[in-house]
Structures are given as C-alpha cells and as structure tokens.
Write a new protein. Structure first.
Length: 616
C-alpha cells in the first residue's frame, strides 16, 4: 500500500475554496469534490470513498477552527498517514501564520502557505513536516517585501556588483540539504538557557452503583520546552513509587517524539535520551491503567494500585414523601498520599529556580510537587428529557444551576481556601415532570382511564366452545359522567358492587346446572344486561387497562442515572510518575558553552474533565 496524496484542498468557514494544491495526477477540483463530500450526512467520517467520480477517489478530512481540510488520493493509501499529514499541516500553518487559523490569515500569507505545502509533500510523498526544518527552507517575506509586493515590485533586492555564482551555489545546496537534525534549527542562540518539563495527566474513572471501580485510566503527556544554545544532548529520567524498574510495567502504549532514542528506552525504561527541538514540543505520551491486572485462577495479581481520588460523588434518589427529591453528595479529600496538606505560600514551579511560569498558562503561586492544590471542582448531573423543571436546589456549598436549553445540572464548589478542603458537601433538588400529578385517594375509574374504552381489544381463546356475543356498551356511557359529590360516588360504588355480586351469583348457578347429572341439553349463556360476558363463557375476553402509576413511580422515572465530577490538581499526578533527574551530556552537546548551568523546572498537573463518574 503506497502513501501518495494527489491534492490538498482548504475551505473557509462558508465552504468556499481557499487553497488548491495539486501534487500529482489530475484529481477532481475542489468545487467538484465539495458537494459530493457534503452529500453525506453529518457526522461525516474522516475517510470517504467517492466511486461516482472518474477515477474514484478517497477523501480524507479534518476540521480545524472552522476550516475544512481535504486530502485526495486515487490509490490505496494508509489512512493514518494521510490524516496525520493533515494534522501536521494544521500545526505548521498555526506555527507560521499564527493561531487561531483564519481564512483572512491564509489569504494574506498565500505565498508562505504555498511554500509550506510544497515542502511538506513532494510529488505526493510526505517528506518534511518539522517546523524547524521548514523555517530553513521557506522564505518569510518581511515588511519591505509586502510593501513592494503591494505596488507590483519584487521584494528581493539585487546587489549592485552583480551576483556571485559561488555564493549562490553554496546557498542553494544548503537550502536543499536543510539542517543536519530535521527537528532542530542550526545556529540556535539564547541569552538565558532554560529547560521546562510539564507532565499533564487526564484521569477517567467509572464507579458502579455498588461502589466498585469499573475502570480507571490515565492518559499522560510530557510537554517539554528547551531554550538552549547550540545542539544540546539531554537525558530525562522518570521514576514511580515502585522504583524506576516499575516504569515499563506501569506505562502502557508509549509514544515518543522522533528525537527520542528508542534503543535507550528499550534497554533502560524510564530513560529518555534526546536532542530537543528549539522551543515547545510534546516529548512523549503514555497510558496507565490504575486497576490491578486480571490474574488467572491460580495466580495472584502481579501488582495492586492504591487508587486515590481527590473528589468522589454519589447520588441518593427518590427521596421525600412523593419521591421527587434527589441528593448529590460530594466528598473532597486533599490529604494526598506522600504530601503535606498545608501548602507553602509563594511556591512556584519545582526546580532549581523560583516562580518561572509554564507555557501552559499555569500561575506561579502554589500547586507544586510538595503542596498539591485542588481547584475547579464542578459536579455535573445529566437531567432526563422528561423533567419539566428542577426546583429547590439547595447546596451546602457553592452554587447550582441549569443553563437554558441544556440538559445538564452543574454544581460548582469553590476552593478559595487554597484547595485544602476536606469533607462532604451536599446538593438537594426537586424534579417535576410533564405528566399531571396523581392523587393517592383518587379512584382508578377516572375519566382519563375511561378514555381508552374504545381501544379495548379481544384476545382469541382457542379452548372456548361457545360463540362470541357482543358485549353491552351501556357501561361506557355511565362511566363518562362526571362525579360531582362524594356521596354520589359512594352510592355508585355500592350499586356497582351489588351488580357485580349478582353477576357472580348467576355465573355460579350456571356452572352448577352444567355440572348436575341428567340429560345434556344445548345451553346458550346470555350475559345479564349491562354486564360484559365472563372470560370463560366467550371466545373473546376484554383487555382491561392497568391502573395509573402512583406519584412515586412516576417520579422515579425522572431521577438522574449518573453524576460526574470535574477537577484539576496542580502538583500531583494520579499515576505517581515523577521526574527523577534532567541532565545535559557535555560530551555529546555542542555549542552550549563552558560552565553553563541552565535553569530547570518541573510542573505536574492532573485534569479530570467529568472524569470521575458515579452510576446509579
């Protein structure tokens, strides 16, 4: 399977073609592809096959900042390769023209965008997608070039003494070869040398109604910022509470930047040896399963994780006299294992310096590796569509509200006291549905129940031998009369009960006559007037509708089925992974300078966006 791309099309927010860049063959134009692509109902998959075109093509698509990116291929192509190429195109365009990507920015920098698309893919083969390498070969026009280009003149100036052929050949060869390390620019210089490591983990936990953990996964990302002169060679060591040898068992499905030497990681898991790109980049990603490994029948678990959750939510349903209330209980625990619960004021990013902000936008005060801080606690409860309103929202702490047009109830719990809250907070709410309320003392034979009389259907009874007779319908007219007084209601009830007793006595006499000895005579059973035939005397039986549900049963259907809590913790990771050391190899590094000791900073951040879910 080859990896050839025929063209890349970019559309604006209104699906108007912005850029058409063709690499090979003669693919359909952007105007031809778009209606066929939009003909598929949303949500559209990232890969669509269009057999109606000649030749048939495969369309790969992503959407970024409202812009539609399409890649066209006429041959069988690896889907992940093309989709990753489109994501790299977006990253490179954001790096060169700025974020967010806007159609006006792409139109104003069309020359740069065209050069980037040309350098990233050569004749349909993906070749160069590193931003640092592209900066060496893509010419960025300055303000003078834009000014001269606006009046129709060339932005490049020609020297008066003529051109030097040797200089042109050297510059052209340097451009064609690019830098020695694709992901790092040549001749990097910084006045202040700094190294930052940011480890961000996303926690996702699902708890069963019984309290048992169904799943507990952690997705981690190691973000790195390198501001060093020359070509440094770095060694980053990771460790866990079980020791550095437990890294390989804990980290699952790791992915690395191309700068990481994989052989070193295989020999010594937890050791990341690399030459970093200049600036910010993602060094690695990983996955951690916090639940113990399922053992065989005769084998004990190889390891057991002690799962600590800073926030846990629970729900109690069908409370109150009518079962219309529910209570959400939030438990916060800031006694992080291995840390002190009292934060140190003025603490910044842990490292050899103080208070240097992270490129992730974190504040410098609090939340370091020695004093974690819990923040942004939000409880989310999905509300059923059958709920008309949620009233009497009483929270012991924080505020609860439902946004108009939303089916989510959000309860925000403030953590202004430095995130050292430990205890329980409750939220009690009352729900009301669209169905009318049911009185407990109301009779089942109401007007609403009698409205279904005409919808009664008979069920055929193959064991019956007598013929079917039409039931009388006089009872339907009497039941539709409105009850005015309670005395009349009691008299009607007593009369109906006496009529039912008479019908039962008549049925018993018929059964006795049929069972008495004597000559058999053909008998025909005629039901009494204003009475329906008994099920045993007719081949059809009348289906009686069930009684209406009580108010508690109706309100039980309005109760929420789950609740989740979101939070963030600065200075703590649920996986327990930490940075053990970050060193520079002086033998392999070049151009750093003698005696230079760069600033090193480490920051940990746990984010759980509706990650801890409790089902009920």
């Amino acid at each position: 399977m080859s990896g050839e791309i025929d063209a890349v099309y970019i559309y604006d927010e209104h699906n108007h073609p912005l850029i058409e860049h063709v690499y090979r063959s003669r693919p359909p134009s952007a105007a031809t592809i778009l209606p066929l692509f939009l003909a598929h109902p949303a949500p559209r998959p990232s890969l669509l096959y269009l057999p109606d075109l000649s030749p048939p093509v495969t369309v790969f698509s992503i959407i970024q900042s409202g812009l539609l990116f399409l890649a066209i291929s006429e041959v069988d192509t690896e889907p992940l390769l093309v989709l990753e190429f489109l994501h790299r195109v977006v990253d490179v365009l954001e790096d060169f023209v700025g974020t967010p990507l806007l159609s006006s920015k792409l139109q104003a920098n069309y020359e740069v965008v065209a050069q980037l698309l040309h350098e990233m893919c050569d004749a349909g083969i993906v070749c160069n997608t590193e931003p640092n390498a592209l900066q060496e070969v893509v010419e960025m026009p300055g303000w003078m070039g834009k000014l001269l280009g606006g009046v129709g003149l060339s932005g490049s100036s020609t020297p008066l003494g003529g051109s030097n052929p040797l200089k042109q050949s050297i510059s052209s060869s340097a451009i064609s070869q690019g830098p020695a390390i694709p992901w790092r620019k040549s001749g990097v210089r910084h006045t202040s040398n700094e190294l930052y490591v940011d480890i961000i983990e996303s926690l996702s936990v699902t708890i069963a109604p019984s309290g048992r953990l169904l799943s507990a996964l952690v997705l981690g990302t190691i973000a790195f910022t390198a501001k060093l002169s020359g070509v440094p060679d770095l060694l980053l060591s990771l460790t866990t509470p079980g020791g550095q040898h437990a890294i390989a068992r804990k980290i699952e499905l790791p992915v690395f930047h191309p700068c990481v030497r994989l052989a070193r990681w295989r020999e010594q898991p937890g050791q990341l040896s690399f030459v970093p790109p200049d600036g910010q980049f993602i060094l690695a990603g990983y996955e951690v399963n916090l639940l113990p490994i399922d053992p065989d029948l005769n084998e004990a678990p190889r390891h057991m994780e002690k799962i600590f959750l800073p926030a846990i939510v629970d729900i109690r349903k069908s409370l109150g006299p009518t079962g219309a209330d529910f209570e959400v209980r939030l438990t916060l625990n800031t006694d992080f294992p291995g840390f002190s619960s009292v934060p140190r004021p003025g603490a910044g990013r842990g490292g050899s310096g103080t208070g240097t902000p992270s490129f992730l936008g974190g504040s410098g005060g609090g939340g370091n590796s020695s004093s974690p801080i819990l923040d942004e606690v939000v409880v989310t409860i999905p509300i059923s569509k059958a709920v008309r309103s949620v009233t009497d929202m009483k929270a012991s702490r924080g505020d609860a509200h439902i946004s108009p047009g939303s089916e989510l109830l959000e309860w925000r719990v403030p953590t202004k006291d430095a995130g050292t809250i430990s205890g329980t907070a409750t939220l009690r709410c009352t729900v009301a549905g669209y169905q009318p309320a049911v009185d407990d003392d109301q009779d089942d034979d109401t007007e609403e129940a009698d409205a279904n009389v005409n919808l009664l259907q008979g069920y055929y009874d193959p064991t019956a031998t007598t013929s079917y007779q039409e039931p009388a319908t006089t009872t339907t007219t009497t039941k539709r009369k409105k009850k005015k007084k309670k005395t009349k209601k009691s008299s009607k009830t007593s009369s109906s009960s006496s009529a039912a007793a008479a019908a039962a006595a008549a049925a018993d006499s018929d059964r006795l006559d049929a069972s008495s000895p004597g000559p058999s005579k053909p008998q025909t059973h005629t039901p009494p007037q204003n009475q329906s035939p008994s099920p045993s005397s007719s081949s059809f039986s009348i289906f009686h509708p069930p009684t209406r549900k009580t108010r508690i049963q109706q309100n039980a259907m309005l109760m929420p089925n789950s609740a989740s809590v979101s939070f963030s913790v600065r200075g703590w990771l649920p996986s327990g992974i930490k940075v053990d050391s970050l060193n520079i190899d002086p033998r392999r590094s070049r151009g750093l300078g003698e005696g230079v000791k760069p600033y090193k900073g480490v920051k940990y951040l746990c984010v759980s966006k509706r990650g801890v879910e409790r089902r009920c």
